[in-house]
Write a protein that binds this ligand. Structure first.
Ligand code: NAD
Ligand code: 0WE
Length: 219
């Protein structure tokens, strides 16, 4: 029996085939889950349609810029209409303005600080709140987000994204306290460096990959 037979899920954060969200979605689908997908904007619509379409022409694919309350509400309204309930939510979304990941953290602007936290941390709270009524008591639910070591320790150049990940990590703990009584689990997975769209443009990324390959237990 596949692990997720009969489970219904929604996936935030697919941009292309290299996205961590896409790898996780494929694993969830392989285990029998039926998934809906969101995409950030028109620019990514075709990509996501092409990838998610491999799960069937009737796959639910919806626009969602997570900084827009109305778009988040729209996603969960449609998921409610089409699925009626929800068991799984993947939040694999982060953004900070590029210049904030290049210079010194001390120079982070108010705008960049706000943007990084809005997209990368608050959006989890907003999604969890919208998902909660669809995740039925006893049936239970599971919410997964993606974090990084840079939220716990100062990693060169990760800068304001590290501070946003610390906020995300803490939000997971407070959300777990609220949602636990409704049989909803929430966890953050801390990935090592993965060469995705969000990582490709980072200076020094190949060096980081090399070091992690040498030092991590599974190389
Ligand atoms: P990615 O670029 O494939 O995914 C990032 C996603 O965030 C994209 O799909 C993008 O559309 C989405 N996004 C950005 N702003 C958004 C907005 N306003 N509204 C909706 N969506 C928005 O890169 P990835 O590496 O797969 O990143 C996914 C998650 O994994 C992020 O939270 C990232 O911090 C985390 N992570 C990545 C690595 C790594 O090395 N790549 C390591 C640890 C954690
Ligand atoms: O969370 C991330 C990347 C997040 C990210 C990446 C970008 C690049 C393009 C957020 N916003 C943007 N904005 C852009 O304009 N990772 C964990 C991958 C990553 O990013 C780093 C890393 C690692 C690892 C940045 C500096 C140092 C290490």
């Amino acid at each position: 029996m596949p692990l997720l037979a009969g489970k219904l899920g929604v996936v935030f954060g697919v941009a292309n085939k290299r996205s961590i969200a896409w790898t996780i979605a494929q694993a969830w689908a392989r285990e029998g889950a039926k998934l809906a997908f969101t995409y950030q904007g028109e620019r990514l619509k075709e990509n996501v349609e092409e990838l998610a379409g491999t799960f069937g022409a009737d796959t639910l694919i919806l626009p969602c810029d997570v900084t827009k309350d109305r778009e988040i509400a729209g996603v969960f309204r449609t998921v409610s209409e089409k699925f009626g309930k929800l068991h799984l939510l993947l939040h694999s979304v982060a953004f900070a303005p590029k210049d904030a990941l290049e210079g010194e953290f001390v120079n982070t602007s108010r705008e960049a600080f706000g943007m990084a936290h809005d997209v990368s941390a608050y959006s989890l709270v907003a999604c969890a709140r919208a998902a909660e009524p669809l995740m039925e008591a006893r049936a239970g639910g599971s919410i997964v987000t993606m974090t990084y070591l840079g939220g716990e320790r100062a990693v060169p150049h990760y800068n304001v994204m590290g501070v946003a990940k610390a906020t995300l990590d803490s939000s997971v703990k407070y959300l777990a306290w609220d949602l636990g009584q409704k049989d909803i689990r929430i966890n953050a997975v801390s990935a090592g460096p993965v060469r995705t769209l969000a990582a490709r443009s980072i200076a020094g990324f190949p060096t980081m990959e090399e070091i992690v390959e040498q030092r991590s237990p599974l190389h």
